[in-house]
Design a protein around this ligand. Sequence first.
Ligand code: NAG
Ligand code: NAG
Length: 343
Amino acid sequence: MGSETPALGKPVLPWKTRLVLKIISVATDVSRRSNGTIHRRMLNLFDFKSSPSPNKPVHSVLSSDITVDPTRNLWFRLYTPTNSGGGDDDDTAAFLPVLIFFHGGGFSFLSPASRVYDLVCRRFARRLHAIVLSVNYRRTPEHRFPAQYDDGFDVLRFLDDNRANGLLPPNADLSRCFVAGDSAGANLAHHVAVRACRAGFQLIKVIGLVSIQPYFGGQERTESELRLVGYPLVSVERTDWCWKAFLPDGSDRDHYAVNVSGPNAEDISGLDFPETIVIVGGFDPLQDWQKRYYEWLKKSGKKATLLEYSNMFHAFYVFPELPESSKLFSEVKEFVAKRLSKL
Ligand SMILES: *[C@@H]1O[C@H](CO)[C@@H](O)[C@H](O)[C@H]1NC(C)=O
Ligand SMILES: *[C@@H]1O[C@H](CO)[C@@H](O)[C@H](O)[C@H]1NC(C)=O
């Protein structure tokens, strides 16, 4: 396996990363049925889970699962860093920002209990020195749009109604919230951020949006979708399947949830939309949509920064063995610190 030289124009990856990517691709492809359903029992064999660790910190982070609404299995995994954060021990450092995170997986796959996202969120908690909430939203195709957005937003409402009082650590500062996600989770994070702007929250203030390789699309095929065939995880066939499972019957991919900056886009120009970083990868077929999203944020008068990882593929940052993954956590840390310093 290690002896083959990568084809020109492909990311150069350790064999371990390539093996895991292969397993994920096979698992999602074999569990996705042509009639639009998912073989959950088969998928679960590949979806390795981690339990929360409420009493013993794992790499300096405690975690526990908190129920929001048992009737729809809405809960989040809460991560609390126990390290000092290495910053100045001034008054503001005693209160920690709150990062509300939405995992990726095409709206259909994975959960906060999936090992890969448990690791990601623990890393965010430790590196950013933030309280992290990883939301278990309902998945497609069993639950279609807008169930995912409703679940995401209702977690913010739950916090704002102070129903998490006594559940969150007392130093969680809801007036300094960040919303974050990758792939489908970044799509969700965007739409939750829009709703949050309109909600008139009392306690919550969203001051930043971390959009990691967001899953957006449209009817049209973009240049990068057509050019980047055979790259890890994302293909037009897979994304079409996921959109079909997500959208209401009769809608096409120019729905505002998918083609956010397209003909049916919501007008966000009048909203107090949080400052955003958009992260894209040079081997990600979705990058053209992501760049349009960034351009559209700017055109709507919002503050946004585009960070490009030219040699990286979709979801690269969940692989801690890649140096670019560490770089991403550092850049997100910098963004969070910059936003906090401006308050
Ligand atoms: C889809 O196919 C699977 C397996 O062939 C079957 O068990 C399931 O009932 C089908 N579901 C629908 C909604 O057609
Ligand atoms: C989707 O939105 C883009 C703007 O980002 C627009 O140029 C494109 O026409 C839309 N797709 C279609 C097929 O209308």
